[in-house]
Design a protein around this ligand. Structure first.
Ligand SMILES: C[S@@+](CC[C@H](N)C(=O)[O-])C[C@H]1O[C@@H](n2cnc3c(N)ncnc32)[C@H](O)[C@@H]1O
Length: 255
């Protein structure tokens, strides 16, 4: 379902939040670090550079992403596994658990937080970033096309939006004995290229939609969506302005 080339098309816009997340993680010399939903592993390798003494495990449920991650050169201590982040069990308790732009694919964040905290060593840090852009025109338009009679029978009611509010993350994690630093940032991306918002969505949101539709219906879906997006997001000489909100949580076990 995932396409590493399409996903990395907007690499700079997609990796900036990871660095902003990581800048708030204060851990000196962890030995066990994991990156859940690691994709092509570029950011997993950044974790290994930051903590050279650590075993850093990148986990992703997409075979294509993990194969690509393994193909690229990695520092010592990095390994990649195919696995579901909801069920994956580390070989030893983790001192740092990072997840960038992946947890929103897993439903029921109340239960998920419990499962993630259970993987942590004492004083460990859980740090994640999730998109919170579900009310944006881009998502509304994807939903509008999903509901067209041609596509609705195959696509159903649509994906639940499992991202919680900052207050809810704080209270869920505080209830699990964590001290929480949480914030939200809205980026104004100026996306390069033609049909830039469509290209952005083809890297993420549209993956399951197109996988469910198959090649021919998928093309028809994109033909319906493209003009709607062009109208909602006019391109300028400087790029296509695209507002994108993300939520960040850094939680430490204990006080
Ligand atoms: C938007 S990409 C983010 C990749 C990487 N963290 C980054 O920031 O470049 C989301 C990744 O989450 C993975 N993913 C989605 N659901 C998952 C699950 N249940 N378990 C593990 N990985 C999952 C996808 O395969 C994809 O590689």
């Amino acid at each position: 379902m995932w396409d590493p080339t399409q996903y990395t098309r907007f690499r700079d816009e997609r990796k900036r939040p990871f660095f902003e997340l990581l800048s708030r993680v204060e851990v000196d010399a962890p030995t066990q670090v994991a990156d859940l939903g690691c994709g092509t592993g570029d950011l997993t390798r950044v974790l290994a550079e930051r903590w050279p003494g650590a075993v850093v495990c990148g986990v992703d449920s997409s075979v294509e992403m993990v194969e690509e991650a393994r193909r690229r050169p990695s520092p010592e201590g990095v390994r990649f596994e195919v696995g579901d982040l909801a069920g994956w069990e580390p070989p030893a308790p983790l001192e740092v658990l990072v997840s960038n732009a992946a947890l929103h694919w897993v439903p029921d964040h109340a239960a998920l937080m419990g499962r993630l905290v259970a993987k942590l060593a004492p004083s460990a840090v859980l740090a994640f970033q999730v998109p919170a852009n579900f009310e944006a025109a881009s998502h509304r338009l994807v939903d509008e096309v999903r509901r067209l009679p041609r596509f609705a029978p195959k696509l159903g009611a649509g994906r639940a939006r499992p991202v919680e509010t900052l207050e809810r993350y704080e209270s869920l994690l505080a209830g699990l004995g964590m001290t929480v630093d949480a914030w939200e940032t809205t980026y104004l991306h100026l996306l390069p290229g033609e049909d830039a918002v469509l290209q952005w969505l083809l890297g993420t949101t549209l993956r399951p939609v197109l996988a469910a539709l198959g090649a021919e219906e998928g093309r028809a879906f994109v033909e319906e969506l493209g003009p709607r997006l062009r109208q909602a997001y006019p391109a300028h000489a400087r790029g296509t302005p695209f507002l994108f909100t993300r939520r960040f949580v850094v939680a430490r076990r204990g006080n």
